[in-house]
Design a protein around this ligand. Structure first.
Ligand SMILES: NC(=O)c1ccc[n+]([C@@H]2O[C@H](COP(=O)([O-])OP(=O)(O)OC[C@H]3O[C@@H](n4cnc5c(N)ncnc54)[C@H](O)[C@@H]3O)[C@@H](O)[C@H]2O)c1
Length: 340
């Protein structure tokens, strides 16, 4: 039994696959567990092509604790990176129970098995959505949290559960990573974001407009108090994000400090929707038709991270800018017009 295995839950998905790449090239042994509800095994095949390493994979739902238990019994995991979650805000408004069951009950189920096997190092995928409407910009980790939709609530609830778990048992070491806006793809063009239906996120949407799969982009709101009236977000390259997980895992392995800690993973720089469209047009050489339409309920004018804590404590910093995000997203789109 190798005690150095890291379990990557939800590792076949977008951010998970990029993180698997960074962990593999850094010498970690990984096992991937995923129910493939929003991903395909092909991402893992391509990871093997990229890294030359075979990946042990289990098609299992985290709520199926018997099957998860069997995977824990087989390997001596040192830690878990937990990506498994549903992520569409709109869908969560229509199907709240589906979101609470998958994201909250699923996490509780996973935590129980971890506890049973004494695996107490965890990196968790949270989201900047837990900050709600920010009172200050850039947003530090100490900012108040509040959410307005079931997706955000499910992330905040899991955060609260993790705080309590770490408080009750000081052996737990938990890095709670609050992502800003993940975008882009692996530089190889082999792994990237592969939405099943019409994309929820702006970058895959723009990519599909650029190739003519979708007609035009709707820009929600042109009258915000921002540089050009459109919403401002902190787009972070998925490779930078993946490296943030590597840094978090290294930190949990080396630090004597225990307990629960939140880290913002963002660039600290806000980019407006019009700036994003410009950058994408430059990277792709394509024209992106768009319409400015009414604001979307629940959207905030601007949201960007104060990433100082991740830099100081984890030694991590985003390196790749919006041009590089667009170039890599475009390469992925062109090489994989129908996804994996
Ligand atoms: N992409 C974003 O914009 C973003 C932003 C903030 C936070 N997050 C969070 O990061 C995590 C990863 O996001 P992503 O963009 O890679 O999404 P994704 O859908 O590509 O990846 C999630 C993976 O988890 C799997 N999964 C879902 N429920 C599962 C279950 N019950 N059991 C086993 N596997 C399950 C899916 O099949 C998928 O492979 C999610 O928790 C998401 O909420 C994402």
């Amino acid at each position: 039994m190798n005690s150095e295995f890291v379990l990557i839950v939800g590792g076949a998905g977008y951010i998970g696959a990029h993180t698997c790449f960074e962990l593999l090239v850094s010498g970690y042994n990984i096992v991937v567990l995923d129910n493939l509800s929003n991903s395909q095994k092909e991402s893992l095949k391509r990871l093997s092509t990229l890294t030359g390493k075979e990946i042990d994979f289990y098609e299992v739902d985290i709520r199926d604790s018997r099957s998860v238990d069997l995977v824990f019994e087989k390997y001596g995991f040192s830690s878990v990176v937990h990506f498994a979650g549903l992520k569409s805000v709109g869908e969560s408004n229509s199907f709240p129970l589906k979101y609470y069951d998958n994201n909250v009950s699923g996490s509780i189920s996973l935590l129980k098995v971890m506890d049973k096997y004494n695996v107490k190092k965890l990196v968790f995928s949270s989201s900047a959505t837990v900050y709600g409407t920010p009172k200050e910009l850039p947003i530090p980790e100490t900012a108040p949290t509040s959410t307005i939709n079931p997706y955000g609530q499910s992330k905040l609830l899991v955060e609260k559960i993790l705080v309590d778990v770490a408080k009750a048992d000081p052996d737990w070491k938990i890095a709670n990573l609050r992502y800003f806006n993940p975008a882009g793809a692996h530089f190889s063009g082999l792994i990237g974001e592969d939405p099943k239906d019409i994309p929820n996120n702006i970058m895959p949407y723009i990519s599909q407009v650029a190739v003519g799969k979708l007609e035009k982009l709707s820009v929600f709101g042109g009258d915000y108090d921002t540089v050009d009236g459109t919403g401002v977000r902190d787009y972070i390259h998925v490779t930078d994000l993946a490296k943030g997980h590597l840094a978090a895992l290294n930190y949990l392995n080396s630090s004597q400090e225990c307990g629960f800690s939140s880290f913002n993973l963002g660039t600290g720089k806000g980019v407006s929707v019009l700036e994003l469209i410009n950058a994408f047009e430059k990277a792709s050489g394509k024209n992106i038709p768009f319409n400015i339409v009414a604001r979307r309920q629940g959207d905030v004018a601007a949201c960007y991270a104060d990433p100082t804590k991740a830099n100081k404590v984890l030694g991590w910093k985003a390196e790749l800018d919006i041009d590089r995000i667009c170039q890599d997203a475009w390469r992925w789109q062109v090489n994989n017009p129908t996804g994996y």
